[in-house]
Design a protein around this ligand. Structure first.
Ligand SMILES: [Zn+2]
Length: 400
């Protein structure tokens, strides 16, 4: 699947401090020190509606992470999926009478355009669920005795994985309390355990299905990501990422399925971005309280100002979007742009070191922004802002 054009990441002089990131599984800061190649999987969209700022904030967190790895001269392999066949997509297509493949294609393109405008690094492997059906079938077959049938559907026995529950850190009561509202089916009769999850959904009237060795059907969401990640990154890759609402059940289930199939850990660390609210509630399609990246762009907002507005919040925090955020970000962007054009600016070395130190500390973008603000406000000497502009581009992805 075609993604989008990646921006250039200029290299900057000097060296970066050690990188620490928050691992949700251990709820601790851990050192990220990959050998040569850093491998990242971030869960992609279900393309039935446009990219809202909550999505953009999540993808931005993992864009910053990659820029940290690149600043340490590592190669990065970044894989992202597109869940281009799933219940919400089919329901939307059914409601509007649009062909589901057309809807998926259009919304995927719009997402890619938004990502490109925001200068997000493009994935090296951008993979759809539909094109991964053979991979999913292979992986389900590797699950052996942990697979069982309920009517025409296949389920995964989550207790086949002794580590089940570790990714989210939830106990079973807590998991059961939220499973139903997060796409699970704890009440379905015939399951061995309420938390067991769907691997392969048999054919339904009016829905697409594919012939396979498992019988006709389509892939479940969790096994889709497990199959795509294992194929393109291998086991025990560096970071599995996504929004905090994916920790359970999605990341929990994918990790258990992958580790039962391979006998190896799925990922070394699990990173989760906070949720962005609008009008007092988490932005969500179902509630209709969305601010779309495409709408902001259409109404003339500079995409670098949108990026700065998102960078003003730490990736792990939950926060609320207001129109004031855009005004403040535009003001900051204008001030920064004017500052790097000056012929006399304060020396760049210290501020570049401060930006690096902030981002090395679990991607603390607000602290990096504050460092640039201080530099902008300080008295100039015989220096220009070229190096600082280059570092802001490289590390924060903001082109001035
Ligand atoms: Zn996923």
């Amino acid at each position: 699947m075609r993604s989008w054009s990646s921006p250039e990441v200029p290299s900057i002089g000097g060296s970066a401090p050690g990188l620490r990131i928050h691992d949700s599984r251990t709820d601790a800061l851990v050192t990220s020190d990959p050998d040569d190649v850093a491998r990242l999987y971030v869960c992609g969209i279900t393309p039935y509606d446009a990219t809202h700022l909550g999505h953009a904030a999540t993808y931005l967190a993992f864009d910053l992470l990659q820029r940290q790895w690149l600043d340490r001269d590592l190669d990065v392999v970044y894989t992202q999926n597109v869940t281009d066949v799933d219940d919400p997509l089919l329901e939307r297509a059914n409601d509007t009478g649009e062909d589901w493949t057309k809807l998926a294609e259009r919304e995927t393109r719009l997402f890619c355009d938004d990502m490109e405008a925001l200068r997000m690094l493009a994935p090296h492997h951008y993979i759809g669920a539909v094109e991964s059906i053979d991979l999913v079938v292979d992986l389900i077959e590797r699950l052996g005795d942990s697979v069982y049938r309920v009517d025409d559907d296949l389920y995964f026995d989550v207790h086949a994985d002794p580590g089940f529950g570790q990714v989210s850190g939830l106990d079973e009561d807590a998991m059961r309390a939220v499973y139903g509202e997060r796409g699970g089916d704890p009440e379905r009769p015939g399951k061995k355990h309420p938390l067991d999850c769907l691997l392969w959904q048999g054919p339904r009237d009016g829905e697409p299905s594919w012939e396979s060795r498992l019988g006709p059907g389509r892939p479940g969401w969790h096994i889709e990501c497990a199959a795509i990640a294992l194929e393109h990154l291998g086991t025990d890759f560096d970071v599995q990422g996504g929004g905090s609402d994916l920790a359970f059940p999605h990341h929990e289930m994918s990790a258990s399925e992958a580790s039962v199939a391979t006998g190896e850990p799925f990922a070394q660390a699990y990173m989760h971005a906070g949720m962005v609210a609008l009008h007092g509630e988490k932005m969500s399609k179902s509630k209709g309280n969305l601010e779309l990246v495409s709408r902001l762009r259409e109404t003339g907002h500079d995409s670098m100002a949108i990026r700065l507005a998102l960078l003003a919040h730490h990736y792990r925090s939950d926060w609320e979007w207001t129109d004031k955020a855009m005004v403040a970000a535009k003001q900051r962007l204008d001030i920064w742009r004017a500052a790097v054009q000056r012929t006399t600016t304060p020396p760049g070395d210290d501020v570049i070191a401060e930006i690096r130190a902030a981002l090395a500390d679990d991607l603390d973008a607000p602290a990096a922004l504050a460092a640039v603000d201080r530099w902008v406000g300080a008295d100039g000497v015989e220096d220009d802002g070229t190096e600082v502009a280059r570092a802001i581009d490289s590390l924060l992805g903001v082109r001035l």
